[in-house]
Design a protein around this ligand. Structure first.
Ligand SMILES: [Zn+2]
Length: 197
């Protein structure tokens, strides 16, 4: 069972301490994967007749995530593999959609084009990502099965790494860590308890 921990961040730089073991398998021989996240929160707004003044607080977090060599390699290649799969799926969907539109009567185009776009292009991306994950799990490394796919789509953030064994979600000044390895999650919670809210 996984372990989820949430923190309220302070404005500016935030950092969290990880246990000295691979966050996926618990191996003590680790190298660190550098991950950065940023977010902002609206703290005040002042509306004049023609202008709107908005003031934000920014929150940044730099994580040095420990991985064993094997799982470091998987974490490093997961993002490019899934991005390439997304692009390929989108293009295949677009080609198929283009072929289908040619077969439809012109008066139907406007009403269903958006639905078809979602079905073919987004659906194509999801399917090819899934296929890439299955193939990578089979031929590259078995731990690929735990790489979160579609993370960038759900969180609307392309810069987010597809971190193996750990999902980081940021919403304004809240940060949530979910660990697949419950023991690592509990150790992480103990190490960062003083900043836990
Ligand atoms: Zn490992």
């Amino acid at each position: 069972m996984s372990k989820k921990i949430s923190f309220v961040m302070k404005p500016g730089d935030n950092s969290y301490t990880f246990p000295g073991e691979c966050v996926y398998c618990g191996d003590p021989n680790t190298i660190k994967l550098d991950c950065k996240h940023r977010s902002k929160k609206l703290i005040s707004q002042h509306v004049e007749p023609l202008v709107k003044h908005l003031k934000y607080s920014t929150y940044s977090v730099k994580l040095l995530v420990p991985y064993c060599q094997d799982h470091f390699n998987v974490s490093k290649i997961a993002k490019p593999v899934l991005i390439i799969a997304t692009v390929v799926g989108f293009l295949l969907g677009a080609v198929a959609l283009n072929g289908l539109i040619g077969l439809l009567p012109e008066e139907m185009h406007e009403s269903i084009i958006f639905v078809l776009f979602l079905t073919f292009c987004i659906g194509g991306s999801v399917l090819v990502q899934l296929l890439a994950k299955i193939l990578a799990t089979r031929f590259l490394h078995s731990s690929f099965r735990d790489v979160p796919i579609l993370a960038w789509l759900v969180d609307n953030d392309l810069s987010r790494p597809h971190t193996l064994g750990m999902v980081v979600k940021i919403n304004e000044n809240h940060i949530t860590f979910s660990f697949i390895n419950r023991q690592i999650g509990e150790d992480f919670e103990k190490l960062n308890r003083k900043t836990l809210n």
